[in-house]
Design a protein around this ligand. Structure first.
Ligand code: KG4
Ligand code: ZN
Length: 347
């Protein structure tokens, strides 16, 4: 059974053909990073305009790579939120129009549900129940997943998402957008203990908070500037004395250590509290090499199974939407032509 997934929730236009909810036949992503780079973040209006230009070519390429026509599809699965409303509208309007004209069933998938189901696109697949930590640019949430459509939120960020913190810190360091991959690379050469940035553990809560950490990095850089230091390439140096204060990689590694310590510790708490020994880690930040390793180590110590999709399936993609859509189809949860995307859409 072939499903075409579509994701236009943020800045990537993606279409994918997935067989039986688990096997990727094609997965095409048109990335907009080049367009938004100079603004240091996503410009929603530019994102939706680019989606309009790219949606047909991306879907066409997904079908051609899979060697199929629209008529071969059993169903369309489209992401209807949460996300940027103008971007979501492009994917939803397109999917509705094609489904109407070709008389193909349509299912609507929550983007977060998609991130959870990206773990079904590889081997081994997790069995229910499991814990799911979704760490992306827009979300940091921890769920107890009891089965298809059975999600209990255990915690969420009270302010910035982890990926948002990466992107903002990257901007402060002049490293551009998106910040996650570049901080990930730099941190590999830095000392994670160089600067003791705060860790918001929020005792007795499964919630997260990353805005204080971002402010701590900002204050640290301001103190350096007040002392006369300037950022030059990848160093912070004093122009008069040419004394090198420290390498930017130390700041990246110390910031990243704070984020990862909290994510790993909270997941460990959830394993104990919920007595569930299976963890799915997904979302763009789950592409982070250090987070993947630290989460694997913690799960091994706890005797828990860890399921992390390949890095390219952690960041936004349409294969995960098709994977989740497969279960909506199985449960006959179809969407009508009155489907409207929602910027805010809890699971
Ligand atoms: O899941 P995603 O592609 O989009 C959203 O649903 O938000 O996540 C994008 C986020 C961005 O904030 C990006 O900086 C971050 O994921 N990211 C990373 C890495 N790759 C992407 N963060 C840390 N390390 C990475 N390697
Ligand atoms: Zn996402």
């Amino acid at each position: 059974m072939l499903i075409l997934g579509i994701d236009t929730s943020c800045d990537d236009t993606s279409a994918s053909v997935v067989e039986d909810g688990t096997r990727i036949v094609s997965n095409v992503i048109s990335n907009q990073a080049e367009i938004h780079k100079k603004y240091g973040g996503i410009v929603p209006e530019l994102a939706s305009r680019r989606h309009i230009e790219m949606i047909w070519p991306v879907v066409d390429e997904a079908l051609k790579t899979a060697g199929i026509n629209l008529e071969d599809l059993s169903c369309f699965a489209v992401c209807h939120g949460p996300g940027l409303i103008g971007s979501l509208l492009v994917g939803c309007s397109f999917a509705k129009a094609v489904c109407y004209s070709k008389q193909v069933p349509l299912v609507a998938v929550n983007h977060l549900e998609g991130h959870i189901f990206s773990s079904f696109l590889g081997e081994p697949q997790p069995s229910f129940p499991f814990l799911a930590l979704i760490v992306s640019g827009g979300h940091t949430c921890l769920y107890r997943v009891g089965g298809f459509s059975r999600y209990k939120e255990l915690g969420r960020t009270r302010d910035d998402a982890a990926g948002e913190a990466y992107d903002k810190v990257s901007k402060l360091l002049g490293l551009g957008y998106p910040g996650g991959p570049v901080i990930d690379r730099l941190a590999q050469d830095g000392d994670p203990k160089a600067i003791d940035f705060p860790r918001a553990y929020l005792p007795d809560s499964m919630d997260f908070s990353f805005s204080g950490l971002k402010t701590a990095v900002l204050n640290y850089l301001r103190r350096m500037q007040d002392a006369g230091y300037k950022m030059r390439d990848k160093d912070i140096v004093h122009p008069a004395s040419c004394i090198r204060h420290r390498d930017i990689s130390d700041i990246a590694a110390s910031f990243q250590a704070s984020v990862i310590d909290v994510l790993v510790r909270k997941t460990e708490w959830a394993i104990k509290k919920e007595c569930i020994k299976r963890v799915v880690l997904s979302g763009g930040v789950a592409a982070n090499s250090e987070l993947r390793e630290r989460m694997k180590d913690m799960c091994e110590e706890m005797g828990a199974g860890i399921y992390i999709p390949s890095a390219s399936l952690c960041t936004d993609n349409a294969a995960m939407i098709a994977a989740a859509g497969f279960h909506h189809f199985g449960m006959k949860k179809f969407a009508g032509l009155d489907l409207n995307p929602k910027a805010y859409l809890p699971l």
